[in-house]
Structures are given as C-alpha cells and as structure tokens.
Design a protein around this ligand. Structure first.
Ligand SMILES: C[S@@+](CC[C@H](N)C(=O)[O-])C[C@H]1O[C@@H](n2cnc3c(N)ncnc32)[C@H](O)[C@@H]1O
Length: 218
C-alpha cells in the first residue's frame, strides 16, 4: 500500500493553512478528539467551505448524513439564522453523545436536531424543501443517501458530498492505506453519477479530500 496522497501541492497547502482563519477553541478541542480517537472529521478548509456555502445559499434548513462528533455540524449550524434548523444523522451512540455535548457548547444547539438513527431510514421519513444537504457517512451508501436527498431539495438547493476525491485515489486509481480498490470503484461510480445527474448543475472541488457540489435545477 502507498501512503495517502495530498490532493494539493504541499507548498500551496502550507500557504493556505497559514492564511486561513484559525478554528476557535471548541473546534480545536474537537479536532484533538478526532485525532486521538481516530474519528474521521472534515478538515478546517472543508468546514470553512461548508459554512460559506450555507451562508451564500441563505440556508434555513440543512440535513447532514454522518454527524460523528459534530465538527461539520458546528460549521453548518453556525451559518444558520436563529430560526434555522439542521437535522443530522449518526448511528454510533458514543459519537452521537459526544456531538451533543460539543453542540451544547457551540452557541448553535437550539438550531440542531441530532438523531441517533440510520440515515437510510431517517432520510426516507424527511419532508421536502431542504436548502442544503451534506453527505459524509458510509462511502458504500453514498448513492442511497443521494437518491433519497435529491428529490427532497428545494429548487436551487445544494447537495454536497465529502471525500469525492478520496485522497487523490479517485484520479490515480491507485489504492492507499485508507482507500481500497472497491472503494475507489464505488467512489468513481458515485462521482460520475453525481456530476451527470439530470436534476443538478454539479462540479467537484479539490478542497480537503475533494468536495462534490450540486445545485438543483429549477
Ligand atoms: C466521516 S464521519 C462524519 C464526520 C463528520 N461529518 C464531521 O466532519 O465532523 C462518518 C460518520 O457516519 C456515520 N455513519 C455511517 N453510516 C451511517 C448511516 N447509515 N447513518 C448515519 N450515520 C452513519 C459513522 O458512524 C461516522 O461517524
């Protein structure tokens, strides 16, 4: 196995790291938790992108698949207006409990509905009219979340999927310590379907681990 490949040139990545607004104390604590317990969480550049997308879309209703300990949840929830709502699904009880604790300290808890539920069930029960959907859970289930979410977005709503480039393996086709052959095959099929979806104007950005973004057509 070859080690994970940075998507960006390391010089560019270092420059961006130095010039980004640093995460606040709560997010620093959550990042340390993620590193200590090997919980995969979005890096700060992806968190900042999620926040900017939610603000730009004027999002009032956000749905997230894969809370983990709540890092991306904090970035998204802080972008909502006071009467906004964010529903986030997680199946791991320990991570769900940790997210509840952190969200309680984030200043955005009143807007967040953390659900300990398999997203495949939870999404099927959701109504329509969501402004932004963020997918970041089991890679083999991305297509299922996607198929459940696209019809539930409002026109011009955003659908965003993390790990779209899987550390560069989607492009290289070479497995590494994190992504194996089967995941690369699945990831490529998912990204192709995402980018070609007839209801979306879609693109993919080399931010973090790769972020696919689709805007639902009117
Ligand atoms: C990559 S982590 C999420 C990281 C989080 N979005 C962040 O950046 O802070 C993926 C999470 O999805 C959860 N998960 C996996 N399959 C799920 C499912 N079917 N429904 C809900 N959560 C799921 C896992 O337990 C894991 O904690």
């Amino acid at each position: 196995m070859v080690p994970p490949m940075p998507i960006l040139d390391p010089v560019v990545e270092a420059y961006l790291d130095e010039h980004r607004t640093p995460p606040d104390a709560l997010l620093v604590e959550m990042e340390a938790h993620g590193a200590r317990d090997r919980v995969p969480i979005v890096p700060p550049e992806t968190g900042a992108l999620l926040h900017a997308l939610a603000r730009t879309a004027g999002a009032r209703r956000i749905v997230e698949v894969g809370t983990a300990i709540g890092v991306s949840t904090v970035y998204l929830a802080r972008a909502l207006p006071a009467d906004g709502e964010l529903v986030s699904f997680e199946i791991d009880p320990q991570r769900h409990a940790a997210a509840r604790d952190y969200l309680g300290r984030s200043g955005a808890a009143a807007r967040v509905d953390l659900r300990l539920q398999d997203a495949r069930e939870g999404l099927a029960e959701l109504d329509e009219g969501w402004d932004l959907a963020f997918i970041d859970a089991a890679k083999g289930e991305y297509a299922t979340y996607f198929d459940l979410l696209v019809p539930r977005l409002r026109p011009r709503g955003l659908i965003v999927a993390d790990n779209a480039l899987m550390g560069g393996t989607i492009a290289s086709g070479e497995p590494n310590d994190i992504w194996g052959d089967e995941q690369i095959r699945g990831g490529r099929a998912f990204l192709d379907a995402f980018l070609a979806h007839p209801s979306l104007d879609a693109t993919v950005l080399a931010v973090g681990d790769g972020v696919a973004i689709g805007v639902k057509r009117d």
